[in-house]
Design a protein around this ligand. Structure first.
Ligand SMILES: Cc1cc2nc3c(=O)[nH]c(=O)nc-3n(C[C@H](O)[C@H](O)[C@H](O)COP(=O)(O)OP(=O)(O)OC[C@H]3O[C@@H](n4cnc5c(N)ncnc54)[C@H](O)[C@@H]3O)c2cc1C
Length: 408
């Protein structure tokens, strides 16, 4: 078993680490300052365009997309350590390299299921980083962790689809650069097969009847680095029938396909966040003195740091194994491991960030350190892309089935 990175990954890691030091970390404070002067906190600060140009010039662009025709053509195993590095600055690095959710998942959907016309109109500008996009599935009125509950209606009328529904926590939608929504709804609400009732359609933001009603906060944060999270209403919105993605009834399957890679990307970025937390903990502990000795000399602080290192090493190995399985046996074959990382990584990283906050005292909950906001972001990943309990239920059922008594 070889635990080393291959030559291409190593080369990209070195380039990305240099890009982070030279461009991304110095831009963090600049972005905050620029944002304060903008008319909307969700608008992209101008420094991001400079970061994008620098990333593109260095070949650090669309690294997430395995399809070599449209993206960098990396395997999951090659991309995972790169996503980890961008996770150290989640507010800037994923966007700077055009590897930010939810655009990544949406680009994958368009590359895999979009028509030639849809790819030309939407995938091209997304790949070029000229527009942003959103994915609209969750609804306030129904338990949306069960996608079969979705109530938004997508009715066929002649050459058009008419969309009526209410969505919330639609990431990226507060950013005016978000030009298009992929909307999931029901085209056949009474169909016998509950997994064939849903479809997905592309809805340009400027279509009459689309109302971006308000921003949803995350523990009070506006989450501007994601372009916010919006409540969006679709009031009898009409789009051409050609805006259907794939086939009618195919929405559930596309949603499943979209989530596999997205989950591994989130987990790798979380590991990057944990690495940043460990670094901040060590720097703080080495330089702050209480009761006559540095915090670093306290046994409890040493235990937090050691436990964090042990956790991160375990999590990284599990995520890399999952990436390797996805590359070798496919997303379906890696089902158990994808669920395992989605359960284990956010939970552990929330714990690490929580102890990093504690070590920083009041500074930990303040705006002067990134820890509080990182904690809030990591905590939401115990809900987004499927709550922990849903993954635990499904994983446990598969385990139980393996040892079920034979039927008579
Ligand atoms: C920051 C953030 C960003 C998001 N971005 C998007 C986005 O861009 N697009 C989008 O469409 N959605 C987005 N979401 C929504 C997210 O995907 C949903 O919140 C998630 O799927 C859960 O759905 P729900 O909120 O309706 O919870 P519900 O389905 O109401 O579930 C509530 C709770 O019930 C419990 N539960 C549910 N099912 C089970 C079960 N089978 N066994 C045991 N317990 C169970 C769990 O504890 C769960 O947390 C985002 C959410 C957040 C917080």
């Amino acid at each position: 078993m070889d635990f080393g990175f291959d030559a291409r990954t190593e080369e990209l890691r070195e380039k990305l680490l240099a890009f982070m030091d030279e461009h991304v970390y110095p831009a963090e404070a600049v972005a905050d300052e620029q944002r304060a002067a903008l008319d909307s906190p969700w608008r992209t600060p101008p420094v991001v365009a400079e970061l994008k140009a620098a990333a593109r010039e260095r070949g650090l662009w669309n690294l997430f997309l395995p399809d070599a025709e449209h993206g960098a053509g990396l395997t999951n195993l090659q991309y995972a350590p790169l996503a980890e590095i961008t996770g150290r600055s989640p507010q800037l690095a994923p966007t700077a390299t055009n590897c930010a959710a939810p655009d990544t998942g949406n680009m994958e959907v368009l590359a895999q299921f979009g028509s030639a016309e849809q790819r030309e109109r939407w995938l091209k500008p997304l790949l070029a980083g000229e527009i942003r996009s959103a994915f609209a599935m969750t609804e306030p009125e129904v338990a949306s962790s069960d996608a079969t509950n979705i109530e938004t209606r997508i009715r066929r009328e002649g050459d058009e689809y008419v969309i009526t529904g209410r969505k919330w926590y639609i990431s990226g939608a507060m950013n005016p650069d978000c030009a298009v929504f992929i909307v999931m709804g029901k085209t056949d609400p009474d169909g016998d097969d509950i997994r064939r009732q849903q479809s997905m359609v592309l809805v340009p933001r400027d279509t009459p009847g689309v109302e971006v009603r308000r921003a949803m906060t995350v523990y009070g944060y506006e989450d501007h680095w994601h372009g916010g999270h919006a409540e969006v209403l679709f009031h009898d919105v009409r789009v051409p029938a050609a805006n259907l993605i794939g086939e009618e009834g195919g929405g559930f399957a596309i949603a499943q396909a979209r989530l596999g890679p997205g989950r591994i990307h989130h987990c790798m970025r979380l590991i990057g966040m944990a690495e940043r937390a460990i670094e901040l903990m060590c720097r703080r502990a080495n330089t702050r003195t209480a009761f006559g000795r540095p915090l670093a000399a306290q046994g409890v602080v040493q235990q937090w740091i050691a436990d964090a290192r042990v956790s991160v090493e375990q999590l990284r190995l599990l995520v890399l194994k999952t990436a390797w399985l996805m590359d070798t046996v496919g997303n379906r074959g890696a089902h158990t491991e994808i669920q395992a990382i989605k359960i284990a990584v956010p939970r552990e990283v929330v714990g690490i960030l929580d102890r990093a906050v504690q070590l920083h005292g009041a500074g930990g909950v303040s705006q002067d350190f990134p820890l509080a906001e990182l904690w809030a972001g990591a905590r939401t990943l115990q809900l987004a892309d499927g709550p922990d309990e849903v993954h635990q239920r499904s994983l446990a059922r598969r385990e139980l089935k393996r040892f079920a008594p034979a039927q008579a």
